[in-house]
Design a protein around this ligand. Sequence first.
Ligand SMILES: Nc1ncnc2c1ncn2[C@@H]1O[C@H](COP(=O)(O)OP(=O)(O)O)[C@@H](O)[C@H]1O
Ligand SMILES: O=C(CO)[C@@H](O)[C@H](O)COP(=O)(O)O
Length: 504
Amino acid sequence: MSTLVAGVDTSTQSCKVVVRDAETGALRRFGSASHPDGTEVDPAAWWDALGAAVAAAGGLDDVAALAVGGQQHGMVALDADGDVVRPALLWNDTRSAQAARDLVRELGDGDEAVGAQAWADAIGSVPVASLTVTKLRWLRDAEPENAARVAAVALPHDWLTWRIAGYGPAGDPTAPLGPDLDALVTDASDASGTGYWDATRVASPDAAGSGREGYRLDLLELALGRTDVVLPRVVGPSSVAGVAHPGVAGADVEGGALLGPGAGDNAGAALGLGMTAGDVAVSIGTSGVVSAVVPERTADGSGLINGFSDATGRYLLLAVTLNASRVLDAARAVLGVDHAGLSRLALQAPPGADGLVLVPYLEGERMPNRPDATGTLHGVTLKTSTPAHLARAYVEGMLCGLADGLDALRALGVRVERVQLVGGGAQSEAVRQFAPQVLGLPVTVPEPGEYVADGAARQAAWVLAASRAGGEADPPGWGTASGTVSEADEVPAIRAQYAAVRDR
Ligand SMILES: Nc1ncnc2c1ncn2[C@@H]1O[C@H](COP(=O)(O)OP(=O)(O)O)[C@@H](O)[C@H]1O
Ligand SMILES: O=C(CO)[C@@H](O)[C@H](O)COP(=O)(O)O
């Protein structure tokens, strides 16, 4: 019988579980379950969704290893009993925008530009409302009584890994090992998105150490006002991070199911897609993400590009917008159509929608940093007042935001040879057809799949192989995803008309 591994993606909108053959990567089972709406969520909902997704995937009793990928940056603040002090603030919650401005200014001794570069040099990114560090400052300022109770700070994937290992709130029957905060573990890719972890302080991702050398406690103190909190131990990319509680996974496997360190969702997708130099992934989920794997960490003081770590010991550059698949969802709501209907309508209008342009800041924006912005529609005329024009303008506006991210990556010297389009929004035929017109190069659409969960499963197989080999192994080959290539001539007018109104 073949050995099985599992990967989890605890993403913004749902939890997905894949079970794959550890040797070949063949998909054996899949399950998913929804998360609640909103930008603050009780993590208990993620635990419940995991249980439902695991059940839908036929259980995990037979998997030999498991890893969790997940939405980045969410602030999971725990008290000494392992309870959350308040619902988690997610990456797309913008209430900490002022806290971000304050932190930038303070590190620059009152000078914003100096502060921005100082943060980029320190952690690879300039804080915006998405990053955990700004949420901790917000907590200190807005809810001091909750801030005073914080005994540990974790991220969504760290917290779920801790729960899978059997830890959790005191007295919770699903957490037989209790609230041991020192058992929290994470990986470099997610730690690098906190705003208080510096990858360059760690000699090598696998170097033996406490797993806490990368933390910038001075920056944690700047945010929370103190440092006496537990931060998850950062575990190397192929290292064993623990063992799953048999009630969750591995009940039928000798020694139980090994736990991988997990990863931030975009690093998970990069591993799932097998990205190498020259590859750029464009993900259209709740967030719009343009990402590339590079050998060196960057320090973009403009704040457009996050210099995070990947899940293999390299670095992952990200341009992230707050407005992606939900722009399509908003268009469907306005037009009263389903996904296929929106796509059909959009394909009926000409490129550029006769000048109808949506600047899609429906939830504020992160790249560029405009947390308080709202969306605007330009070029409304009798001619453009049709459902088809509106549908096309929404799709093009969303893609123009991502094209700006691609430009920002190129400006940092990233070579772009192949663009892979993933995430829920990549299932839209209109998105697939318009993407090359807007991005200006052919777009590969891999087979529809769950690339974050796949990356987590691949990590699990890697951890398993390394543990069997006594520590050293390469990530399993598993082949690369096949896909179709969408080609079309670039239509520069689409981005030109967008650029003309974007900054008004
Ligand atoms: N056929 C489709 N066309 C366009 N968008 C789609 C389609 N199917 C699903 N989506 C959108 O994809 C999104 C979910 O994608 P996903 O990548 O799982 O998001 P997240 O990772 O943020 O949870 C939803 O907003 C959903 O409306
Ligand atoms: O904030 C980031 C990365 O910096 C987002 O990528 C989140 O990690 C959420 O992603 P999705 O759930 O939309 O895929």
